[in-house]
Structures are given as C-alpha cells and as structure tokens.
Design a protein around this ligand. Structure first.
Ligand SMILES: *Cc1c(COP(=O)(O)O)cnc(C)c1O
Length: 236
C-alpha cells in the first residue's frame, strides 16, 4: 500500500477513535464513572493488517477478533504493541493456538471450554483473563451460558487457578434502536453482581456494547466495549 494511502488511513481511523473516545468519556461523566474504567476493544475482524497498524499508530492498544486463525495470522503481521482479545466462540481444538496470541478470552460460553483453557494455561504456566459469556436474551442462535447455568457453574470456574475471571460478557439482540439493548445490559450487570455475591468473589468486569450501543453499555456499567464498524467502517 502506498504511503499516502496509509497516511489517509491513519488520519481516518485516528479521527474515528477520537470521536468514540470522546463519546465514551461523555457516557462515563453522565454516569459518574471514571473514564479510565472503560477499555475500548477495537474489533478488527475482516479488516486487513494495515487497518490495525493505522489504529496502533493512532494509539489504540486493544484489538478484538472472533476467529482464532485470523487473529493469529493478523497478530503476526502487524506492528508491535497490540493486546489481543478473542471475542468469538472458541472450539476445544483451537485453545492452544488461541493462547499463542490472546491475552483475553471473552467468549467462554460453557464449562468444558473453561476446563480446556485451565489445562492448557496450566501446562504453559500462565494465567488467562476471561469473561463468561451469557445468553441473556435467550435467543436460540446465540452462544453463552444461560443465566441459571452461569450461577450454578461459576464456582467451579472461580476455582481454576490459571483463569482470572474478569466478569461477564454478552451480546444484545440486533435492534434498530440502541435503547433496546439497555435491558440486556442491566440484566447482565445484575447477574454479575449476583454471581459475585454468591461465590464471594470480586467480579468487576462487564464486556458489553458494540458500535450501535456502546454508550448505553457504559451507562449500565460496561468495563469493556467491543467496537468494530464505528472504527474501521465497512471497507477499511
Ligand atoms: C463483530 C463483533 C463486535 C463488533 O461489532 P460492530 O457492530 O462492528 O461494532 C463485537 N462483539 C462481537 C462478539 C463481535 O463478533
């Protein structure tokens, strides 16, 4: 790619990131939360390495991918300084590969995959930061623990020494109106509070909110928002 193309990309992505960071700060102010409490995860899935490089040059650190193969390939091609979050469904046979790159796994959606992560992380002598994904809307097409199941199974997961459970993650149903997501975010926060209380653990994290509804997610307590198209557009 020609240099002025890359310059244009950096300008474009830098300005979008600035806009989003401003909105995040506003949402924090509205809800009386410190701005530093919210991590912006830039979802780069389907976008090629120059887009990620442009974002890194614009100061972005955290990146999200939903497929292991794509994440690993991209991570090997972009400049240093990125922190990788796997945000999609993870299969057992890809756990080891995922852990070569990812510091965070947001889509821990069943007890079996938590056990796999614990075993592999243990073999490698490291700790993995995870979110437990919950299907709060109950849609049949969505991955995730049911609310009942996450309450029942969280205690076993909290006992896994190589997993550092940050909190809960969810995806709100697709909707035309961002406000429609609020009740799912509230539900996830309440569930997070309940799981933490019953297990007697501190559970600060909530991974929720995407391009269309991240401000509402922050108003309802999100600590990690996963924003793709608002940063990278549909073409980058
Ligand atoms: C793609 C994706 C996102 C980002 O979606 P945008 O609407 O592009 O912001 C967030 N979370 C998950 C799990 C995704 O797969």
């Amino acid at each position: 790619m020609a240099d002025d193309n890359q310059d244009f990309l950096i300008e474009e992505i830098s300005s979008r990131l600035g806009e989003i960071r401003g909105r995040l700060a506003e949402a924090c102010r509205r809800s009386g939360r410190p701005v530093g409490e919210v991590t912006l995860v830039a979802v780069s899935k389907t976008h090629p390495p120059p887009c990620v490089d442009a974002a890194i040059l614009a100061g972005q650190v955290d990146f999200g991918e939903n497929r292991v193969q794509e994440m690993v390939e991209k991570a090997g091609l972009v400049r240093a300084g990125a922190c990788w979050h796997l945000i999609g469904h993870l299969q057992s046979n890809k756990v080891r590969k995922a852990l070569t790159v990812a510091d965070w796994i947001h889509g821990v959606d069943r007890i079996e995959i938590a056990r796999d992560l614990e075993r592999v992380a243990g073999e490698e002598g490291r700790t993995v930061k995870i979110f437990l994904e919950v299907n709060v809307s109950g849609e049949a097409t969505k991955f995730g623990f049911s609310p009942e199941r996450v309450i029942r199974e969280a205690t076993e997961i909290f006992g896994m020494r190589h997993l550092d459970v940050a909190g809960l993650m969810t995806m709100a149903p697709l909707a035309a109106e961002a406000e429609a997501s609020r009740k799912y975010f509230v539900r996830l926060r309440e569930l997070r509070d309940q799981v933490g209380r019953e297990a007697g653990v501190r559970l600060p994290g909530l991974s929720m909110g995407m391009s269309n509804d991240y401000e509402i997610a922050v108003e309802e307590g999100a600590t990690h928002v996963r924003v793709g198209s608002a940063i990278f557009g549909t073409r980058c």
